[in-house]
Design a protein around this ligand. Structure first.
Ligand SMILES: Cc1ncc(COP(=O)(O)O)c(C=O)c1O
Length: 396
């Protein structure tokens, strides 16, 4: 039989999706599964974006420009200007989701065996994009006890080698919900300048910041023109995950010129989805205020309910819509599977994401789960009560 690649064998399975067959089996047995495991918001997409598609009449659904349409990129630049990030349309490449922006970034900045330092736990697909590009992920551990704050800068310095090309952060964080402060971004800026590295910030959750805290972007930081790369997306901002539109933003001309070559190979981002995403930029502020209020209410309910469980440790998320909880069990992989295979309360159970898959260091996160609070409050309360009952009977 012809053999597949070593890379293919090394490609990690999604920790979020690997339990899906067990959930499907549970559903076949008539069990209702409450999904706490996946970041698909239940929030309505702005009407203005949906209408733009409905009202669009075109004779040919053609390719767009490789870097995205001019009008769309001009409007994205205006969106950033409103957020105190001053870039031009030429600094932006529209991609097929933030996912493609991540993969173009890795391809553009690193060769096989190069290294990227990432605070862990991190968005699990970073592992996949790095593996596909032959890049080594070097984790630096952040801890639930400090709410997953930026690890001390000395920890980063210890890990820098001649092969290190970049530091990658997710701000606000998936799976941690941590929002980096201006001071933390300044510390990172200093270290990337000192060691001549790229600083990549995945800011796909930038709108979701709570408790009066404001997002501080790496592109607001002076002097990072050559170093800073933002990965962005419409998926969560406008609840448009299915549009598959994201973008890369950098003032580093060489970076954009090279990333554009990767973009040329896939011809263009989706044309229809750009029309919807361009219209979404005119979404009234009230939409975001309402969404934010809803997520804060959900987070508050979730955290206060979780804290009632004996022996649990919960982080205090200040952004995005995820939270990590450490449970009084030995192995959250086995526990999550057991919840789907062997447990229910009145015909209902919960599906959680075991957190080990968000760590690169073997053995970390084995007692932790990630919960996405993308469900209504009553459903979250019910889900936590099921989790509580489960922990009473579970024998780890
Ligand atoms: C941190 C983070 N980055 C990037 C993505 C990719 O999103 P998309 O490709 O839908 O833009 C996601 C999706 O969940 C994410 O959580």
């Amino acid at each position: 039989m012809p053999t597949i690649s070593r890379k293919g064998l090394l490609m990690p399975e999604s920790p979020i999706r690997k339990l899906v067959p067990f959930a499907e089996e549970a559903k076949k047995r008539g069990i209702k599964v409450i999904h706490l495991n996946i970041g698909q918001p239940d929030i309505k997409t702005p009407q203005i974006a949906l209408d733009a598609i409905k009202n669009c009449d075109m004779d040919i659904l053609s390719y767009s420009r490789t870097e995205g349409s001019d009008t769309y990129r001009e409007k994205i630049a205006q969106y950033y200007a409103k957020n105190d990030i001053h870039v031009s349309a030429q600094d932006i490449i529209v991609t097929t989701g933030g996912s493609e922006a991540l993969s173009f970034t890795m391809g553009t900045i690193a060769d096989a065996e190069d290294e990227i330092i990432i605070p862990e736990p991190f968005y699990a697909n970073y592992n996949g994009f790095a593996t596909a590009a032959g890049i080594k992920v070097v984790p630096v551990v952040s801890h639930i006890e400090t709410n997953f704050a930026l690890p001390p800068i000395e920890e980063f310095e210890k890990l820098i080698t001649p092969n290190t090309k970049a530091i990658l952060i997710c701000n606000p964080g998936n799976p941690t919900g941590y929002l980096y402060s201006r001071e933390e971004i300044k510390k990172l800026a200093k270290i990337v300048k000192k060691h001549n590295l790229f600083l990549i910030a995945d800011e796909v959750y930038r709108e979701f910041t709570y408790d009066g805290k404001e997002h501080y972007s790496i592109l607001q930081e002076e002097g990072l023109e050559e170093n800073a790369i933002i990965v962005d997306s419409v998926s969560k901002r406008y609840s448009m995950c299915g549009a598959r539109i994201g973008y890369l933003v950098s003032r580093n001309k060489e970076f954009i010129k090279t990333a554009l070559k990767f973009a040329q190979a896939r011809l263009s981002p989706p044309t229809y989805a750009q029309i919807a995403s361009e219209a979404a930029l005119d979404t009234p502020q009230q939409y975001f205020d309402d969404v934010k209020q809803e997520y804060v209410a959900r987070r508050n309910v979730l955290i206060s309910e979780l804290k009632k469980i004996e022996g649990i440790k919960v982080a205090a998320p200040q952004g995005a819509f995820y939270c990590i909880a450490e449970l009084p069990i030995d192995n959250s992989d086995t526990f999550a599977q057991w919840l789907l295979e062997d447990f229910n309360v009145d015909g209902e159970t919960v599906m959680v994401a075991p957190a080990a898959g968000f760590y690169a260091t073997e053995g970390l996160g084995t007692k932790q789960i990630r919960i996405a609070y993308v469900l209504e409050k009553q459903e979250l309360i019910r889900a936590v009560s099921i989790l509580k009952e489960a922990l009473k009977v579970y024998k780890s």
